[in-house]
Design a protein around this ligand. Structure first.
Ligand code: SF4
Length: 257
């Protein structure tokens, strides 16, 4: 089977997995397929189409709805499902934190430091996120769960592209289902727009409660944006206060952030 055909099969399976998750049912059964080929004498003969079981494991995208985090990580493997795998990544940055966290933060994708260390939000923006979590929320970084929309670093920190997001997002969805947090916080435009399927600018999305698969979701600015625009810390503070209120917690002093 050619690489092109394998790619088509893989894409079809991704689409089917998405369609099933979206509630589509009763796909027509695939007819038994045979192909007609010619041997070296020119005689035609019927050859069986390669069985799905013979396809490389990479074509399988189905994960059980109740897969735990370690199963999801094992399923990702040394992933080459999108082109970010071949653009200089050093590590797949899966996620970090408490698998039973009440709050889960979702960012865009790993940067240079995250790529090297294999952990999300460890660079300057990550340090600010840690201050927001520990100072602003009054909980330890290890008590929340942190992941990204894409698990591999986009080169030059460019935005993840649509095809990369559509390949990688099922892993994040599985992580969210595994952690089942009480509140999701989408950090920045890419995370908010991807999870909400809403292209509204982040400046208008932030601060407004939405839902992702029944989980309250608060969009807010990305810490990297705050590093460039410190004046926007105030709205993020307000968003974090709203998260604490949703959890029924008291809010620390603003000076702690
Ligand atoms: S970004 Fe996601 S889908 Fe793409 S190679 Fe990395 S883990 Fe795989």
């Amino acid at each position: 089977m050619t690489q092109e055909l394998l790619e088509i099969v893989r894409q079809l399976r991704v689409e089917l997995a998405w369609a099933r998750e979206a509630g589509w049912r009763n796909f027509p059964a695939a007819p038994e397929q045979k192909k007609t080929s010619r041997d070296l004498t020119g005689e035609s003969f019927e050859a069986p189409v390669q069985d799905a079981a013979e396809l490389p494991a990479v074509v399988s995208m189905q994960l059980a709805d109740n897969a735990d985090l370690s199963t999801i990580r094992a399923h990702i493997g040394d992933c080459t499902r999108c082109k970010l795998s071949g653009l200089g990544r050093k590590n797949i940055v899966f996620g970090v934190g408490n698998p039973d966290a009440e709050v889960m933060f979702v960012g865009e994708g790993p940067g240079a430091d995250e790529d090297i260390q294999g952990e999300p939000f460890v660079g300057k923006a990550g340090q600010l996120l840690t201050r927001i979590i520990e100072g602003g929320m009054g909980v330890k970084r290890e008590d929340v769960y942190i992941a990204n929309i894409v698990k591999c670093r986009p080169p030059q920190n460019r935005d993840p592209e649509d095809d990369e997001i559509s390949e990688c997002e099922p892993f994040l969805r599985a992580q969210i289902r595994a952690v089942r947090p009480k509140v999701l916080v989408a950090l920045g435009r890419c995370a908010a727009q991807t999870l909400l399927r809403d292209k509204t600018p982040i400046s208008r999305l932030r601060g407004q409660w939405r839902e992702y698969e029944g989980i309250p979701l608060m969009p807010t600015y990305h810490p990297a944006y705050l590093l460039r625009n410190p004046a926007e810390k105030r709205p993020v503070w307000e968003d974090i206060q709203a998260v604490l209120k949703k959890l029924g917690r008291s809010t620390p002093s603003e000076n702690d952030v």
